[in-house]
Write a protein that binds this ligand. Structure first.
Ligand code: IPE
Ligand code: IPE
Ligand code: MG
Length: 240
């Protein structure tokens, strides 16, 4: 029994208490700002500030991977001033934020098409990757200019170049190669959709939606979701 009185299933049950991989769709920054009569960019700033405490809680809880949906391939189609403000935030905060996570023992990696970004941002991404070229039990995967469909197309092309297209060869060619599939996908901001996030990997993910806007989402709410995750029965198509 756990301290909250709930029984955690164990043993052969696939529903283990702590998820290995949590994907987070950090949505609702714009509405958070609009509600406060602030420009949308202020919501994105508040959203960036919220990343470290939530991710730190997940890592401290024993999660081995957190994937953060920070900037989708489709987000490039927003008005130029919004895209510019998002790119500026990446420019300003990516290095200090990832340094902090690396100092906590996590490996930071990136998913998505980085060729879109200007040289200085691509350099920051490479520097971060070089800074943490070490083995770690915990990974923070930042999805930047990421789209699930284009990831699948890219992976199929790579798999075909290297031989046969199979589930194994596709998995090896995804950005997330080597990572477990997300056990939980959390979406803040009230929408109930995946918006092109981890489409291949989410085949059996448990989905969690909350109306809380990303800048207001906190460790306590994640803890509640993780407790619910531990109570869910995952069957993976089988009977048990
Ligand atoms: C999510 O917040 C952050 C990004 C997409 C970069 P939004 O900007 O989508 O915020 P809402 O959904 O408009 O409130
Ligand atoms: C998903 O949110 C992308 C990120 C959180 C980075 P969006 O706000 O872009 O998704 P839609 O447009 O509501 O589907
Ligand atoms: Mg949104």
């Amino acid at each position: 029994m756990r301290s909250d009185g709930k029984t955690v299933r164990s043993g052969s049950d696939k529903s283990t208490a702590v998820p290995k991989h949590i994907g987070i769709i950090m949505d609702g920054n714009g509405r958070w700002a609009t509600k406060r009569l602030l420009p949308r960019s202020a919501g994105h700033r508040a959203g960036v500030k919220n990343i470290t405490p939530v991710v730190t809680y997940a890592l401290e809880s024993g999660v081995s991977c957190v994937t953060l949906y920070a900037f989708s391939a489709e987000n490039k189609c927003r008005p130029k001033d919004e895209v510019d403000s998002l790119v500026d935030l990446i420019r300003k905060h990516l290095k200090p934020m990832t340094r902090d996570l690396i100092a906590r023992g996590a490996r930071v990696m990136f998913s998505g098409d980085r060729d879109y970004f200007p040289d200085d941002i691509r350099n920051i991404i490479s520097e971060v990757e070089n800074e943490n070229a070490f083995e770690s039990a915990q990974t923070v995967n930042i999805a930047l200019n990421y789209g699930g469909r284009s990831e699948i197309v890219r992976a199929c092309k790579l798999a075909a170049q290297n031989g046969e297209i199979t589930e194994t060869s596709i998995e090896k060619a995804l950005y997330t190669a080597g990572l477990p599939d997300p056990d939980m996908i959390v979406r803040t901001g009230g929408e109930k959709r995946l918006s092109n996030f981890l489409l291949y990997q989410s085949a059996y993910s448990e989905l969690f939606f909350t109306d809380t806007l990303w800048p207001d989402f906190d460790a306590a709410e994640l803890q509640t979701m993780m407790s619910e995750f531990a109570r869910r029965q995952r069957r993976f198509g089988k009977l048990q």
